[in-house]
Design a binder for this molecule. Structure first.
Ligand code: F6P
Ligand code: MN
Length: 322
């Protein structure tokens, strides 16, 4: 099995980006260890704080964020970071070439039940002449990402990453301490009979999503003429990993549960990196209005509607909105 650096060189990834990726992965190995030891180290449960989005921070959220942030800001490669757990962007090296957005621990509600969680990251190039302190430099669409990925802290610690030359799977090999390539150019099957959505929000969705899901649930006897299965891991990293592995449609649609907040998932460090991975694997990543990666971001923590996965199924879902 190929090691990470030669695999990246094969995809002609520039050396400075390879160095940044190695830095990120050093942080994920440490987070992976802390996650596995969390119960023993008193890191289960919540802190007394909320993040800027009004969500209670788990102790492990804070630990993962600090680890990731420190290692990136000290690396010299990073002009600034933005994180789910930071109110604003944080300046790094004024000469740093890259911007990194990340969700240090996605799926926080799974921490205390020893279930799937992961770190999601997205890399853009820093804009020449822009100040490291300026959060406006993060207002670049997903189609400008130079790398995106996640590390899933599951039964194996897996890295799933793209630099724009396909989406590849790696597994952390604890015998030598590095990530090994296990699947090059994974492909999301175009068709699927599996969907992922939080069904408890059904009454809050817009009519097109209600109609679409009703037709899936109607199965063989409905207009789709086939049965669908449902899966919901409650961590986007886990659900997207299943979609990348065997296909499916994952959606967090608009809802009116809290009218002031119609969307749940965050564009910069959830929707964009996952969109890059899904599209590089031949899938589709959309809102009901267009391609996620073409959205011009307005703020670091902005939220967005997400409909992604098997290309034909995403297209069918979107046809309900026309
Ligand atoms: O980060 C937000 C998140 O935890 C995602 O990982 C996940 O898909 C979603 O929220 C789960 O939300 P819900 O509470 O609706 O299950
Ligand atoms: Mn998250």
């Amino acid at each position: 099995m190929q090691r990470l650096a030669p695999a990246l060189r094969q995809d002609n990834v520039p050396l400075d980006l390879i160095s940044l990726i190695k830095t990120i992965l050093a942080a994920t190995k440490e987070i992976s260890f802390r996650v596995s030891q969390a119960h023993l180290g008193g890191l289960m449960g919540s802190t007394l704080d909320e993040n800027i989005q009004g969500e209670v921070q788990k102790k492990l959220d804070v630990v993962a964020n600090e680890l990731f942030k420190d290692i990136l800001l000290e690396s010299g490669f990073v002009r600034a970071i933005s994180s789910e757990e930071e109110d604003s962007s944080v300046a790094g090296d004024p000469e740093g070439k890259f911007l990194v957005s990340f969700d240090p621990l996605d799926g926080s509600s799974n921490i205390d039940i020893n279930s799937l969680i992961g770190t999601i990251f997205s890399i853009h190039e820093a804009i020449p002449g822009m100040d490291a302190e300026d959060p406006a430099q993060f207002q670049q669409p997903g189609n400008k990402q130079v790398c995106a990925g996640y590390v899933l802290y599951g039964p194996s610690t897996m890295l799933v990453m793209t630099t724009g030359s396909g989406t590849h799977f790696y597994v952390l090999d604890r015998t030598h301490g590095g990530y090994l390539l296990v699947d090059r150019n994974v492909q999301v099957p175009k068709d699927t009979q599996e969907f992922a959505i939080n069904m408890s929000n059904q009454r809050f969705w817009q009519a097109p999503m209600q109609n679409y899901i009703n037709d899936l649930v109607a199965g063989e006897t409905g207009p789709r003429g086939k049965n669908f299965n449902m899966r919901w891991i409650a961590a986007m990293v886990g659900d997207i990993h299943r979609v990348l592995t065997r296909g499916g449609i994952f959606t967090y649609p608009a809802d009116n549960k809290k009218p002031e907040q119609p969307y749940k998932l965050r564009l910069m460090y959830e929707a964009n990196p996952m969109s890059f991975l899904i599209e590089q694997a031949g899938g589709a990543a959309m809102t009901s209005q267009g391609r996620i990666m073409d959205i011009q971001p307005e703020s670091i923590h902005q939220r967005v509607e997400v409909i992604m996965g098997s290309a034909n199924e995403v297209e069918t879902c979107l046809s309900y909105y026309k």
